[in-house]
Structures are given as structure tokens and as C-alpha cells.
Design a protein around this ligand. Structure first.
Ligand SMILES: Nc1ncnc2c1ncn2[C@@H]1O[C@H](COP(=O)(O)OP(=O)(O)OP(=O)(O)O)[C@@H](O)[C@H]1O
Ligand SMILES: Nc1nc2c(ncn2[C@@H]2O[C@H](COP(=O)(O)O)[C@@H](O)[C@H]2O)c(=O)[nH]1
Length: 203
């Protein structure tokens, strides 16, 4: 019995409202699951203290970003709280084609665009233990003005309504627990795709 030779990696989208802890969970996942590859997004937002170009994001001017859109260099893009964010296409496609799994940490509008193009992807929504905890996390992070904090919280209410469009929901009450849930999801998805490949092979 041979497993299908078409052996693309999994495209894993981790999404959820601002401040829920996507970045924190993904950086812990990098330690716990070094076998996963992580996409680096492009953005027009200004770098925060400690963020490096090409590591945290590819920081772009608005004309540079618009050129990327025109040249179809992005799998998805969205305007979020006054800035553009998008996922560079080539790196994602090359990673999947080489059989490696890739993680996209993106907001909801972009995640839904990815779902249109890659319905076979694994869509995970991170939720906070409560809306008040979400607010506190953004305040404690200390990166937003009050006006931007309110915009992010407004966006969060809409984003939480999109849960139904995701395959999995993970509560980020503790970072390690959230990572273990994601590890379990990835393992289960590998078993599922192996089963599909074997059924195709033997039908
Ligand atoms: N499980 C957790 N318990 C307590 N605090 C947490 C937890 N996860 C993340 N945080 C804290 O919450 C704040 C927001 O986390 P983080 O920046 O990772 O969120 P995010 O979802 O990536 O936000 P954004 O979408 O705005 O980039 C950070 O200060 C982080 O340390
Ligand atoms: N649609 C996309 N959203 C993205 C991408 N990269 C990051 N993000 C999301 O934007 C918000 C704000 O991020 P911040 O770094 O300014 O706090 C957050 O939800 C990120 O997950 C992307 O490529 N496309």
C-alpha cells in the first residue's frame, strides 16, 4: 500500500482578535514545534520597539505595498485599523510544495480570503478567556494609544462573530495549554490527510 506521492504540507491559519495572544502563542510554538515553518507578513504599520524588518514583518511603505498587490505577490491582504497587512505568496507556495507545514498568523478578513483559495487549510481561531481579559492584555502590552485600543476592541467584536467559519477554536487562557491544543490539531490533521491520500490511492 503506497501513500500518494502528492505530499503538500498543511497550511495552518491562526487567527483571532488583536491582543488574544496569537504572537505570543506562535513564538512559543516555534520552540515547541520547530518542524513548522512560519510565514512573515508584509505591513505598512510602523515597527514597534524591538521589531526587526524581515523577522517580525517586512515593513513597507504604502506605495510598496500597493505594488505588491498589483503584482499579485500576496495570497491575501487586508486593511486593519488603518494599515495594510498581507501574506507574501511565493514563500507560502514554495513551503507547501516542499511538503512542509506553514503557519500564517493573520486577522480574520485575510483568513477568510485564504479559506477561499485554500479550503483544505486548517483554520484555528484563538479566543481570550473573556472580553475584559482581552482588553487588559492589549493595555498591558502598552503598544496602543487609547484611540487605537478602542478601534482594535471594536474590530474584535466583529471578528468574534466569525468563529463559525473556522475548523477549531482554542482558548488562550494559558500559553502552554493553547500550544498543546494546536499540536494536537496538527497531529490529527496529518492523520486525516494521510487517510485521504490512502483512500484516493486505493479507490
Ligand atoms: N495566555 C496568556 N495569558 C496572559 N497574557 C497573555 C497570554 N497570551 C498573551 N498574553 C499577553 O497579551 C498581550 C497580547 O499578546 P500578543 O501580542 O501575542 O497578541 P496578538 O493576538 O498577537 O495581538 P495583535 O493581533 O495585536 O498582534 C501580550 O502582552 C502578551 O504577553
Ligand atoms: N490579513 C492579515 N493580517 C495580518 C497579517 N499579519 C499580521 N496580521 C494581523 O494584523 C493584526 C494587527 O497586527 P499588529 O502586529 O499590528 O498587532 C493582527 O491581528 C495580526 O495577526 C497578514 O499578513 N495578513
Amino acid at each position: 500500500m503506497k501513500v500518494n506521492s502528492v505530499n503538500e504540507g498543511l497550511l495552518i491559519v491562526i487567527s483571532g482578535p488583536s491582543g488574544v495572544g496569537k504572537g505570543t502563542v506562535c513564538s512559543r510554538l516555534r520552540q515547541k514545534m520547530p518542524e513548522l515553518t512560519y510565514s512573515i507578513s508584509a505591513t505598512t504599520r510602523a515597527p514597534r520597539e524591538g521589531e526587526m524588518d524581515g523577522v517580525s514583518y517586512f515593513f513597507k511603505t504604502v506605495p510598496e505595498f500597493k505594488k505588491m498587490i498589483e503584482e499579485d505577490q500576496l495570497i491575501e491582504w487586508a486593511q486593519y485599523v488603518g494599515n495594510y497587512y498581507g501574506t507574501p505568496r511565493r514563500f507560502v507556495e514554495n513551503t507547501l510544495a516542499s511538503g512542509q507545514d506553514i503557519v500564517l498568523e493573520i486577522e480574520v478578513q485575510g483568513a477568510m480570503q485564504v479559506k477561499e483559495k485554500f479550503p483544505q487549510g486548517v483554520f484555528i481561531f484563538l479566543v481570550p478567556p473573556s472580553f475584559e481579559e482581552l482588553r487588559q492584555r492589549i493595555i498591558n502590552r502598552g503598544t496602543e494609544t487609547e484611540a487605537l485600543l478602542n478601534k482594535r476592541l471594536e474590530a474584535a467584536s466583529d471578528e468574534l462573530n466569525q468563529i463559525k467559519n473556522y475548523n477549531y477554536v482554542v482558548i488562550n487562557d494559558e500559553v502552554d495549554k493553547a500550544c498543546e491544543c494546536i499540536r494536537a490539531i496538527v497531529m490529527a490533521e496529518h492523520c486525516r490527510t494521510d487517510r485521504l491520500k490512502l483512500s484516493d490511492q486505493n479507490s
